[in-house]
Design a protein around this ligand. Structure first.
Ligand code: C2E
Ligand code: MG
Ligand code: MG
Ligand code: MG
Length: 284
């Protein structure tokens, strides 16, 4: 009986794999037309400045409005696009859309906002990326410091020399660089020493239990102090409760991002989110 069960679960497993594979292939095909059909959209999630209690930046998070499947999350199609190489054109679209948005906000109550975009290691490696950025800044009259680029640790591992040079060139344009998801993956403190990093985003996995678990609290405080001593500002990711926010404020974290302040929203909803204030809680 055990054997039979084992076989059944094995069959179930392979069917699951097949379904996933089919879905993957279908998504990959659809992805090839998504740009031309204008199916991508940027959502924006505010990062609350814990000193001014205002949003300083918003992170741009890509969404794919699939005609049949509805909203497809990036976790499903970004890895696909990286494999196929389509990430390049998608990333260029993101850069352009962010610059366009910054220009649209000029003269509105949102004009002080910076936009943080996410770039994968593969995109960072593209030789003409710095030139592309410079051209977009010029085309949309955007100041380079209005754009921040979030890189995950994978960007610091592959093609170390080349990526380091790319980061230096981008940094010289005046764009601020952030390490995303800090503390998970192949964390190495050497990045903080060797690369021009302006911001560090503490991964959500440390914040989730930061008010309940002593170890998470110790790590979070240590990362904040380490970064500050190196002149790097710190953003906490995944803040979902008032207690977490107060903990971060109390320990001098610079910024906080998470569902507690706001979920990622379409551009049209952002003025409302910013106007009503990000906090119903006083940070005093
Ligand atoms: P990320 O850059 O670390 O973005 C943060 C993710 O956490 C977002 O998921 C966001 O919606 C989610 N999040 C924010 N606050 C909370 C919270 O309080 N609780 C929880 N549970 N989640 C929260 P999303 O939008 O699904 O994006 C997932 C990942 O996809 C991003 O992680 C980023 O690595 C990647 N991504 C998104 N947009 C782009 C893009 O334009 N280009 C590239 N290359 N990658 C992107
Ligand atoms: Mg990010
Ligand atoms: Mg992150
Ligand atoms: Mg992440």
């Amino acid at each position: 009986r055990a054997k039979e069960q084992g076989r059944n679960s094995y069959q179930f497993y392979t069917e699951g794999m097949q379904e996933r594979e089919v879905r993957r292939l279908e998504l990959d095909t659809d992805l090839s037309e998504a740009l031309a059909r204008n199916q991508f959209e940027l959502y924006f999630q505010p990062q609350l400045d814990l000193v001014t209690s205002r949003a300083g930046s918003v992170e741009a998070l890509i969404r794919w409005n699939h005609p049949q499947r509805g909203l497809v999350p990036p976790i499903e199609f970004i890895p696909l696009a990286e494999e196929s190489g389509r990430i390049t054109e998608i990333g260029r679209w993101v850069i352009r859309a962010a610059c366009q948005q910054l220009r649209l906000w000029r003269g509105t109550p949102l004009e002080h906002l910076r936009i943080a975009i996410n770039l994968s290691g593969r995109e960072l490696g593209e030789a003409d990326l710095p030139d592309y950025l410079a051209r977009c800044f010029e085309e949309y009259s955007v100041e380079p410091h209005q754009l921040e680029i979030e890189l995950t640790e994978e960007s610091f591992i592959a093609n170390v020399e080349h990526n380091h040079e790319q980061m230096r060139r981008i940094s010289q344009l005046g764009v601020h660089l952030a390490i995303d998801d800090f503390g998970v993956g192949y964390s190495s403190l050497g990045y903080l020493r060797d690369f021009t990093v302006d911001l560090l985003k503490i991964d959500r996995s440390f914040i989730t239990d930061v008010t309940e678990r002593h170890d998470d609290a110790v790590i979070t405080r240590a990362v904040i102090n380490l970064a500050h001593n190196l002149g790097i500002r710190v953003v906490a990711e995944g803040v979902e409760t008032e207690e977490q926010l107060l903990f971060l404020k109390q320990h001098n974290c610079d910024m906080a991002q998470g569902y507690y302040m706001s979920r990622p929203v379409p551009a049209a909803d952002l003025p409302g989110v910013i106007a009503r204030g990000l906090l119903s809680v006083s940070l005093q």
